[in-house]
Structure formats: C-alpha cells, structure tokens
Design a protein. Structure first.
Length: 167
C-alpha cells in the first residue's frame, strides 16, 4: 500500500509503479476533474499542481510522487467556495466545452502564485495548455482580472464581440 497527499489528505492506493498519476486520481480517488486528453503531456487537460508546480499527470508515474509532495486537483483548489481564478473564469465566460478548463485553471493559479501581476509574455509562457475551443483571449483576460484584484473589469481587459457587446 502506497500513499499520496491529495487535496490536503493522505490517501492510500495500490498501483503498478509506472501507472500514471492521472489514473490513480481518477479511478481510485474518484477525482475526475483532471481529464485524459492526449496522453503525451501536450494538451494539459490532466494538469494538477504538485507543490504548486503545474504537472501533467498523464505522464507522471505514480511511483515518482512522494507522500511529502502536496498534490492539488481542481476539486481541492478551494475549501470555501470558488477560487478567485474560478470566479474570473465564470465572470468572463471562459469555458465553452470545459474539457481543458480544470488544467487551465490550475496552470493559471500557479502562474499567479509565482507572478501576481503577469505580463502578456508571462501568460504566454505559462499557459501552454491547449483549448480546442480557442478561448485563449478570455483566459488571458481572466488572469488579468485576478491580477487586478478580481473585483473589477478594467476596460482594456474586456472582450469585444462581433456584435459590439463586451464581456
């Protein structure tokens, strides 16, 4: 029996050493927010935080994760309501299909923890997750809203739609 520290709780599991962390999270712990997308660490749908670092769990063998490392999934991001990044995501209607969004949100949280006021270049470098719906402009805007305190929608962050409306 091995142990992982997931969302603040140490949990027992049994798996082969080369089993991807993603499968233990989903199948043994029922944490299905992290998704299987590409299986080769490109898309980022499987992103979790390990000690605050965005990690592609689809290629991370579970045997390489130590019980002293703190894993955070989308389910464990906030214990008292929505995290500010999740609030910004909802306010700006970032998700469309939503498949990639848990990984995107966790990558954004890590970025903002590292750089509370990221530049566009910082966002481009950190947000390597793929969104098939193409919500990248909204992702950038949501990150900037959180960086500006989350309570406002500065005019330069609003998204202009084809019909002339803004979000």
């Amino acid at each position: 029996m091995a142990k992982l520290n997931v969302n603040g709780a140490v949990r027992d599991f049994e798996a082969e050493a080369d089993t991807p962390l993603l499968w233990v999270l989903r199948e043994q712990f029922g944490l299905t927010g992290s998704k299987y997308g590409c299986g080769i660490a490109l898309c980022g749908a499987c992103t979790v935080l390990i000690d605050g670092v965005p990690t592609r769990s689809c290629v991370r063998p579970v045997a390489t994760v130590n019980v002293t490392e703190k894993i955070v999934t989308i389910e464990g991001l906030s214990s008292n309501g929505l995290h500010p990044v999740q609030k910004a995501w909802a306010a700006l209607d970032v998700p469309q299909c939503g498949f990639c969004q848990s990984g995107m949100i966790l990558a954004a949280v890590a970025l903002l923890n590292d750089k509370p006021n990221p530049t566009d270049a910082d966002i481009d470098a950190a947000m390597t997750n793929i969104c098939r719906c193409g919500t990248y402009n909204r992702v950038r805007a949501a990150i900037k809203v959180v960086a500006h305190g989350g309570d406002t929608k500065p005019a330069d962050l609003l998204i202009q739609h084809a019909d002339g409306s803004t979000t």
